[in-house]
Write a protein that binds this ligand. Sequence first.
Ligand SMILES: C[S@@+](CC[C@H](N)C(=O)[O-])C[C@H]1O[C@@H](n2cnc3c(N)ncnc32)[C@H](O)[C@@H]1O
Length: 253
Amino acid sequence: MIRFARTARRSTSRDRRLKATVAMTDRASWMVVDPSAGSGGGPSLADYRVFVGPPDKYDVVAALQFTVLTQLGLRERHRLLDVGCGSLRAGRLFMPYLSPGRYFGIEPEQWLVEEGIKHELGQDLIRLKRPVFSNDASFTLTAFGQSFDFVLAHSVFSHAAESQIRHCLAEAEHVLTTEGTLVATFFEGRTSYAGTGWQYPDPVAYRWDDLARFVADAGLVVQRLRYEHPNHQAWVAIVRPGHESQIPTSLLA
Ligand SMILES: C[S@@+](CC[C@H](N)C(=O)[O-])C[C@H]1O[C@@H](n2cnc3c(N)ncnc32)[C@H](O)[C@@H]1O
């Protein structure tokens, strides 16, 4: 039973922006956006793996999320909130690792969580590890009434409007422990997305200065991580002011 809560050369920033622009042009091309058109043979958004990204990278993107968080210090005793946990691509690695009751996920598309459990995890592991899920669609990180050592938002800011990112950051400020870390990815671009809604499956981009301002306005500090991403997203670690040094310098870009 799932518990649902209620509710080589270092790249220059110009290189990274260009890479992001190229990747963004291609990014949604792996999927048939209209599931009813999927019978022609193309991968369909109705598939739980396809929905969250290129299916040939489902495994490596899971491994990358697990690697980044454990290198940043995630341990089994910690509480992790996976915002936009999708079909549990990363959750299927985090849940076995974390102690029971320590994995929390927010995912508005409840069917993704159900498919992930059915095909990737199984009910035995759910019984053993007791994850908690919410299908809230308003970035209500406070819905669980818990504080978190780590909050993960992988490939979420890469589709979100400014107001959604700002709300997510404000909520993160409420739920992060004093030494907590929010790990997120986003597409860095020459201009920032000015739309007012979630855009999917096509991605959106933000200028670094704009993202840093959203984070600062929420009372937090952002640092860029050195990890590459198969889809050329940038990795960032967001912490409380004065806690920047808890991110090892060897992991900073
Ligand atoms: C590109 S997928 C990434 C999923 C997952 N983080 C992963 O790495 O596999 C983005 C996810 O965000 C979810 N999402 C959309 N709106 C959301 C919201 N308001 N709050 C949380 N997640 C949301 C989507 O349903 C989708 O599963």
